[in-house]
Design a protein around this ligand. Structure first.
Ligand code: ADP
Ligand code: MG
Length: 568
């Protein structure tokens, strides 16, 4: 293998030459304590930055194996090291100057959620950091001496304080791993107790602002469970914990405007993922297959059976295999529910604020005026019990305005100045004798059939083949076709979006002749990830790009919104 001396000589040799000369530095170099691998070199100073890795063998890195002997611990450890590496770039690196992306030095930057990523890989043999670097240039000329500063002055120090166990704040690290162990425990125990969600007392649910996902620090009212819903867990690492357990079934979150309903629901939505220490949602846990349901006017729908909710459209369109390029509020919401059932979910999360009203409810006066056979919609209220009792799918719904749901609810929680109260029995008293609800339940059964077979024609090639890439959090481009992910509220990280793009590309390469259903294909891909890691999705050897694992729900949701998707 080439040595660090070779790299230094090379960089000085190409100093001042045209940018393309950087291509020569691709390859691996042994440094004193690690191997530096330069996997891809950008074509010019303005292009996406170059990709490299630092690989430290475990006889030097010396991470105790009990820190990564289970998937949840490994994810927490790699998350910790990614954040540390990023922090150390800020601490030890002074950006060298130059044109375009010159001098950029970054590793993937996680938000509040702890996700499986490709940024740091650890196993019993090695720990490996994947970074991006803007190779420095003046105009389009190589600044070799500046590149030497990055590779020989800064990266070795950043590596030293990020990738060797003895140099870390090990007690802080242990606390993060312990937290992951407890979260893993809670996820399992919660299910055993028949809960779909748990919110520990003293959790902080509100966020800093509409655009920041960090916790609200000043003035946040800590969460406090009503006594009747309080449950206790004895966690392996952090001892006893109490909080509100939301049982399976139908749960309403009611309360006046601005009293914290949506904030609570949003906390639950996000807590399909684990959160890091200090987030305020460390011990807020929601079953990990929970799906947020909302209206999504304008979305595309491809052959989804929405007939449990929508029938007899005036256009005469069949709703057993409903397709549209421009769904209405109610048809989009129906499709969102049916697609969620297709992937398998135990819990729907619904906020009245983002629902189509006609999908949720029809009041008595409207029923009297518009005959049932003129109304295509069977509102959600008539289906919510069936979903639970026959299909085992619970619902948690934030609702400020429609008391009709009291009848369908197992539990009613009222938010009052950000504090929850159990008002179930009061809600039941109020509706006693007044309700028409039972009469209006739609007793037609339905089930979801996993029969949506992906057609090869979904992935047309242009003259230049197939190019799929992500743009920010909520857009994926397939050649020139946009997939709009704006309303996937449980997609939380740009690297997840990137990963979805990579998965779609993977499908286009491997699964087109297979005649399999969408969920079958996506499940198969998750088996591959489970066995071989996220790196297995990439066609490159070396740095696979910044990928973070989305849930299979968001992957399928992206496919379902893909304008070119064709189902048999
Ligand atoms: P609702 O859905 O009931 O109308 P929201 O959940 O939107 O209310 O909350 C309204 C405002 O109150 C938001 O700005 C939110 O940040 C703030 N808020 C929510 N929960 C808390 C809390 N526990 N402590 C302090 N402020 C909160
Ligand atoms: Mg609200």
């Amino acid at each position: 293998m080439k040595t660090e001396k070779d790299l230094r000589a090379l960089l000085l040799q190409i100093d001042g030459r045209g940018y393309k000369a950087y291509k020569d530095i691709r390859g691996s170099y042994s440094f004193e304590d690690y191997v530096l691998s330069i996997d891809s070199v950008q074509g010019d100073p303005f292009a996406s930055p170059s990709k490299g890795r630092i690989i430290v063998s475990q006889d030097k890195a010396r991470f105790p194996s009990e820190l990564f002997d289970a998937p949840h611990k490994k994810i927490a450890l790699c998350d910790f090291l990614t954040r540390l590496f990023s922090k150390n770039i800020f601490k030890y690196y002074h950006r060298v100057k130059g044109s375009g992306k010159s001098g950029l030095l970054v590793i993937d930057s996680p938000g509040q959620e702890i996700l499986l990523r490709t940024s740091i890989i650890i196993n019993k043999d090695k720990v490996e950091a994947r970074f991006e670097v803007g190779l420095p240039a003046s105009g389009r000329r190589v600044l070799g001496k500046e590149a030497v500063k990055i590779f020989f002055d800064s990266l070795p120090i950043i590596a030293k304080y990020s990738l060797y166990y003895k140099n870390l704040n090990t007690s802080y690290l242990k606390r993060q791993i312990d937290l992951a162990v407890d979260q893993h425990f809670l996820r399992n125990e919660m299910q055993k107790k028949g809960l779909v969600a748990f919110i520990a007392n003293d959790s902080t649910l509100p966020r800093e602002s509409g655009i920041s996902d960090k916790p609200m620090l000043k003035g946040a009212v800590p969460f406090k469970s009503p006594k009747s819903l309080e449950v206790e867990f004895h966690m392996p690492k952090n001892g006893k914990i109490k909080g509100m357990g939301i049982p399976k079934g139908v749960t309403l979150i009611v309360g006046g405007g601005y009293h914290g309903k949506s904030t609570l629901l949003r906390g639950l939505e996000r807590s399909v993922y684990n959160h890091g220490a200090g987030d305020g949602r460390e011990f807020v846990i929601t079953v990990d297959n929970a799906v947020k349901i909302r209206a999504e006017d304008g979305r595309r729908v491809e052959k989804v059976n929405i007939s449990p909710f929508i029938n007899n459209l005036p256009s005469g369109q069949v709703t057993q295999e409903f397709s549209t390029d421009n769904a209405s509020g109610s048809t989009s919401q129906a499709a969102n529910i049916m697609e969620a059932l297709e992937i398998n979910t135990e819990l729907l999360l619904i906020d009245e604020d983002t629902c189509a009203t006609n999908f949720m409810i029809r009041d008595e006066k409207m029923k009297a005026l518009v005959a049932k056979d003129k109304e295509p919609i069977t509102p959600f209220i008539n289906r919510v019990r069936y979903l639970y009792e026959s299909l085992g799918v619970s619902t948690i719904m934030a609702a400020g305005s429609s008391g009709d749901y009291f009848d369908a609810a197992d539990n009613v929680i009222m938010m009052d100045e950000y504090v929850p109260y159990d008002v179930t029995s009061r809600a039941k008293e109020i509706i006693m004798g007044t309700t028409q609800y039972m009469k209006h339940i739609d007793s037609n059964t339905f089930s979801h059939l996993d029969s949506r077979v992906l057609l090869k024609s979904s992935f047309p090639k242009s003259d230049r083949g197939i190019k799929i890439k992500s743009k920010g959090l909520d857009t994926i481009l397939y050649n020139k076709t946009q997939i709009n992910l704006r309303y996937l509220e449980q997609l939380v990280d740009t690297s997840q979006t990137n990963c979805i793009a990579v998965i779609i590309e993977y499908i286009s390469r491997h699964f087109l002749e297979s005649n399999r259903t969408i969920s079958n294909i996506v499940n198969h891909i998750y088996d591959i990830i489970d066995n071989k890691g996220l790196d297995a999705l990439s066609t490159f050897s070396g740095h696979p790009g910044n990928l973070a694992l989305p849930r299979r729900h968001e992957v399928i949701a992206a496919l379902n919104r893909f304008p070119l998707l064709r189902i048999e």
